[in-house]
Design a protein around this ligand. Sequence first.
Ligand code: FES
Length: 125
Amino acid sequence: MEAILEQYKQVTEAQVKVWFKAAAVEAFPKNAGACIKYRDKQIAVFNFARKNKWYACQNLCPHKMEMVLARGLTGAEGDIPKVACPLHKRTFSLETGENLNADLPPIATYPVKIQDGFVYVGFAE
Ligand code: FES
């Protein structure tokens, strides 16, 4: 279990070495999430269409180690964009990965950029 979690490490924009071309913008649902695969990682990508913002995080919920966050409900806590796990509603900041309503470890988040109609997710390796 721990080994799976270790695959997911927070990546800041400054740490990006690879911009992975995930798919065309239209392939992603609006105001919801979708799952992409990069190497052996499952990454949840969220299109906050109302705010014209995109976020990415590990698909793995650290509560019961389920690959489900892409199916979570998105929203905001104040100014913080967040996702709620569809299983037991633990919520996480999509900016810092912090667990907002329990004491779970943070999830890894990844930078997203849109270029020429495509969605790119940034990885450090
Ligand atoms: S598995 Fe995500 S909150 Fe329980």
